[in-house]
Write a protein that binds this ligand. Structure first.
Ligand SMILES: *[C@@H]1O[C@H](CO)[C@@H](O)[C@H](O)[C@H]1NC(C)=O
Ligand SMILES: *[C@@H]1O[C@H](CO)[C@@H](O)[C@H](O)[C@H]1NC(C)=O
Ligand SMILES: *[C@@H]1O[C@H](CO)[C@@H](O)[C@H](O)[C@H]1NC(C)=O
Length: 516
């Protein structure tokens, strides 16, 4: 038993991103930091009002086989998990499992969030399991390519099975403890697949913003980004997307015209992007800022679509009409950098590659290398600008992204379509073989394209879809907030209704079993 009590709130270590890296990953990290901060406030507030939600929380490690599918293999790695028993109604209360994805988990994954709100109402035991090879759950051999062979979603699902056994034993759980899983984004897909592949272990699953369909050229991502910039319900407009398009065209023209040093100065680049690879890197960094604004719209960590469009189309009357899209974009990037205290904007391909080749444990925390490995071996998900509707630069090709697979891991680009096809064959793409899984998506989340958007027909109400018209990636997973959009509040009530219904029907099934 490796449970150690962590009674007090540990100060969070700010993850230290190595100098350059992809801007979207930095934005993702900003989002995570803000969410942790909010969760911490939430927990502190509850502590002040006399509750002690953190008092019943503990952290543990389970030793997992590195390779679940080779009976001869004996190597293990330590996998981190958190438990919160504050709300659990022993001995038959349900179990709510929060599944970790492509990054570290934290104690707040069992202390705050919509699933925690629901656990409190249903007297559930809260668990969170970190994904193998992310956060603290790293293969001790390191992140060399040969050691990444055991990093896959299928191994991750097998980890969940072992964890289920381990917890059941430790807490003496029986079939009367109903398990429900939760997860968002890639972990949302794991939540759905866990239920799909091991239906006897879980009664139901909530899958938020879950890209269950693997796709090589995910150019539809940027199509949705463009549509969201036009969406008036969230502050977008036709003019906004046109101005973004114009700004990118102007930057591209300046680079092609040999004005790289001026561009570098204008946008505060870390280096002058002289060669084509660096210019592509710069275009990616610039696109990432807009992609991040859409994907995390109104989640507070970066500017919202409304703010972005306000800068690009400045509605104020005093504004000089002549100011070019290029100059407005400079201002936008300045604001982005100043809010995140980023001294300069990444524009070095060499630096990006260098960071991704770093196999040290320090770099492992940033997760870039591991996630790119999973995109090369299982999912693709390359957010390219190959589609004509993309508002950015045509320089962002599929080739520019898949090139990393042979470069970093010796995985040939030709093998990618086959790998992605097997992933879809194994899990069922956007028609996964699941029952009693609730798929939740947001209308301004570019990932919705790879999820289950519509209710399945002809299967009773086993699988259901909730579509929140005007929210972004994983918005439903946060704890309830007074300022939330009505649609979001309504969606959360809808999720609660499903979870309540599942718990009731599970209890009824258990009772029937007892009566026979
Ligand atoms: C390059 O910069 C110079 C000086 O600012 C400017 O006159 C010229 O138009 C620029 N060329 C392009 C292609 O943007
Ligand atoms: C819009 O333009 C006005 C006048 O130049 C300026 O004061 C304001 O800061 C601008 N707003 C944004 C969001 O750039
Ligand atoms: C799925 O069906 C339920 C109940 O019939 C409905 O409330 C919900 O809006 C539907 N979801 C979608 C995305 O159409």
């Amino acid at each position: 038993m490796h449970l150690s009590p962590t009674c007090c709130l540990i100060l969070l270590l700010l993850l230290n991103f190595v100098d350059a890296g992809r801007v979207l990953r930095k934005i993702k990290e900003r989002v995570r930091m803000l969410q942790l901060h909010k969760a911490k406030q939430h927990v502190l507030m509850r502590t002040f009002s006399g509750q002690q939600p953190a008092e019943h929380m503990s952290e543990g490690k389970i030793h997992q086989p590195l390779d679940h599918f080779d009976r001869q293999a004996i190597k293990t790695f330590p996998q981190r998990f958190f438990v919160n028993e504050a709300y659990w109604q022993r001995p038959h209360g349900p179990v709510f499992l929060f599944i970790g994805g492509e990054g570290p988990i934290s104690q707040f994954d069992v202390l705050a969030g919509h699933h925690v709100d629901m656990a409190e109402e249903h007297g559930a035991l809260l668990l969170a399991l970190e994904h193998r090879f992310y956060g603290d759950s790293i293969n001790p051999d390191g992140l060399e390519t040969k050691n990444l062979a055991d990093l896959s979603s299928q191994q991750a699902l097998a980890d969940l099975v072992t964890f289920h056994q381990y917890i059941s034993q430790h807490f003496s759980l029986t079939h009367r403890n109903t398990w429900i899983s939760f997860g968002g984004s890639y972990a949302g897909a794991l939540s759905a697949w866990f239920r799909g592949k091991f239906p006897h272990l879980l009664y139901g699953a909530v899958a938020s913003s879950a890209p269950v369909k693997a796709k090589l050229d995910f150019s539809t991502y940027n199509k949705i980004v463009g549509l969201s910039l036009m969406n008036e319900a969230v502050g977008g407009s036709d003019k906004c997307v046109a101005d973004v398009w114009e700004a990118f065209a102007a930057v591209e023209a300046a680079l092609m015209g040999g004005n790289a040093s001026k561009v570098a100065e204008d946008f505060g680049c870390c280096q002058i992007p002289k060669i084509l690879e660096d210019q592509t890197e710069l275009m990616q960094s610039l696109a990432d800022i807009v992609m991040g604004a859409v994907q995390y719209n109104e989640e507070g960590a970066v500017m919202s679509i409304n703010e972005l469009c306000d800068i690009m189309t400045n509605k104020s009357e005093a504004y000089e009409e002549e100011m070019e899209a290029y100059d407005r974009f400079i201002k936008l990037v300045q604001i982005y950098r100043s809010t995140g205290e980023e001294p300069c904007l990444d524009a070095s391909h060499e630096q990006t590659v260098k960071d991704l080749m770093d196999t040290s444990l320090q770099s492992a925390r940033t997760a870039g290398r591991q996630w790119i490995y999973q995109t090369c071996t299982e999912f693709g998900f390359y957010q390219t600008c190959e589609d004509a509707s993309c508002p950015f630069s045509r320089m962002l090709t599929l080739q520019a992204q898949t090139w990393l697979c042979p470069m970093l891991f010796g995985i040939s680009q030709h093998s990618l379509p086959g790998r992605i096809a097997s992933t879809n064959k194994f899990y069922g793409a956007d028609h996964p073989h699941t029952h009693r899984v609730l798929y939740v998506n947001g209308g301004v989340d570019p990932w919705q394209e790879l999820s289950v958007i519509n209710n399945k027909t002809g299967e009773g109400d086993e699988d259901q879809a909730i579509f929140i018209q005007d929210t972004a990636h994983c918005a439903d997973m946060m704890t309830r907030g007074v300022a939330d959009r009505c649609s979001l509040k309504k969606a959360r009530r809808e999720i609660e209704k499903h979870v309540t219904k599942w718990l009731k029907s599970a209890a009824w099934e258990n009772m029937k079993k007892l009566m026979v």
